[in-house]
Design a protein around this ligand. Structure first.
Ligand SMILES: [Zn+2]
Length: 429
């Protein structure tokens, strides 16, 4: 493979506290010292921001099992168009990713048809049933980067304690969807003013908070990492903040929809606002933003959950939970967090690079020489309107169709190869 020098961009690499205009050079798919490839072609990125490749810790690619909603190919095309160079694929496929065979299948398809890196996540329990631990050693050997029963939540505390202890042995982080299933049972939206007003069954904030507290206590007991997926309530943030102050290894992610939207939207009865955890109150939304600001939340992840129109075009009560997010995450986060003054550029970029790389404990999310040349090029000032019909994803279930944004990714480079570009200076390889 050839060499290339990216010149003129504001380079932001939060893992190394870099924020300056400088050359970034790539040769044979890795970052190198620009001095070693002096004759390489130069890409002029004056006016743009060059960041380490963005990592999404929370994506449902639906393959195997639901390829009418998404495939590894279309999901990774959407990721590239959204500025992501690596996605962690949740295990609730069919068959479920609770065994080495399914992980092998996902890795084989990702190798052949993936546009960006697919990092498989293994199941915590067999069949995501919360009864019996999956074969964690076999999953690790097959190449999983984390464990999760996302969509479900292990209710048995003793089992969860052992899972965290085992995962420490294998150096795998646990990514937990926190939900007390009895307390949240039958709910379709946040329990609060709007659920009462609309006469719909609510999901109490306490259902999330109880399990966040459980996980913090078990992380302390096992002395290992637990990462809280899609944190959505003020109470959860307060528990996580306190646990972190005590030195417990607990991290958290927020989704763009919990940053931008609240439960008032449910009055539209549009199933593209139905997800789990549900859109919460304004106080919860502001607490999530405060958590991002003060560093309690180190990761922004999409929870990209494709569903076909057929599946979502039903009464609110019967619709499946989940929305897609790969192609709207950056436009929404630039607009809601950067342009509203909550996060500066290095802080925002850190939530997609340094933050997720630290959760995984992987050598990603930085532009350091010798590392794989994964790059996201950003234009914080580019304005546009989200048009779901133009998505690369196979699904259209988004609440952000028609959303006016300022700021997005304009090019994506994986292992030195340009896989998406809106720029004249940089063509797709
Ligand atoms: Zn989830």
């Amino acid at each position: 493979m050839s060499s290339r020098i990216y010149r003129g961009a504001r380079v932001v690499d939060p893992a190394r506290n870099i924020d300056q205009i400088m050359d970034i050079a790539v040769s044979d798919g890795v970052f190198v010292d620009p001095g070693t490839v002096k004759d390489a072609p130069v890409v002029d990125l004056t006016g743009y921001v060059l960041a380490p490749g963005f990592i999404d810790l929370h994506v449902h690619l639906r393959q195997p099992g639901k390829t009418d909603a998404e495939t590894i190919h279309t999901g990774t095309l959407a990721a590239a168009a959204g500025g992501f160079t690596a996605v962690v694929a949740m295990p609730n496929t069919n068959p479920c990713a609770d065994n080495p065979g399914t992980i092998h299948y996902i890795r084989t398809y990702a190798q052949a048809e993936g546009v960006v890196k697919v990092l498989p996540c293994g199941a915590i329990t067999k069949g995501l049933e919360g009864q019996e631990m999956a074969g964690i050693g076999g999953l690790k050997a097959a190449g999983v980067v984390a464990l999760s029963d996302d969509g479900k939540c292990v209710q048995n505390h003793e089992l969860m304690r052992h899972v965290i202890e085992y995962s420490r042995t294998f150096r795998l982080p646990i990514l937990d969807h926190c939900e007390d299933t009895v307390l949240a049972s039958g709910g379709v939206m946040h329990e609060g003013h709007w659920s009462v007003f609309l006469g719909m069954k609510g999901m109490a904030a306490a259902a999330e908070e109880l399990i966040v507290a459980r996980d913090a206590i078990l992380a302390r007991t096992a002395n290992w990492k637990v990462h809280i997926q899609h944190v959505s309530t003020k109470g959860s943030l307060s528990i996580i903040r306190t646990a972190q102050k005590e030195g417990i290894q607990i991290t958290a992610e927020a989704t763009p929809h919990h940053i931008a939207l609240t439960d008032v939207e449910i009055k539209k009865f549009d199933t593209n606002y139905k997800m789990n955890p549900p859109l919460r109150s304004e106080a919860d939304r502001l607490a999530v933003i405060e958590g991002l600001r003060d560093g309690t939340i180190t990761v922004i992840a999409t929870d990209h959950a494709p569903h076909t129109n057929t599946a979502k075009t039903v009464e609110f009560d019967y619709a499946p939970f989940g929305i897609i997010g790969l192609e709207t995450a950056l436009p929404v986060c630039f607009t809601e967090l950067y342009h509203k003054g909550y996060l500066d550029l290095p802080a925002l970029i850190s939530k997609f690079t340094k933050g997720p790389a630290e959760v995984l404990g992987m050598p990603l999310g930085t532009l350091e020489n010798g590392r794989p040349a994964d790059i996201t090029i950003l234009d914080p000032e580019r304005e546009g309107v989200v048009d779901a019909e133009k998505f690369h994803s196979k699904s259209r279930n988004t609440p952000f169709n028609g959303y006016r944004y300022k700021g997005c990714a304009v090019a994506t480079v994986v292992d030195g190869k340009c896989v998406f570009s809106l720029l004249d200076a940089l063509k797709k390889d």
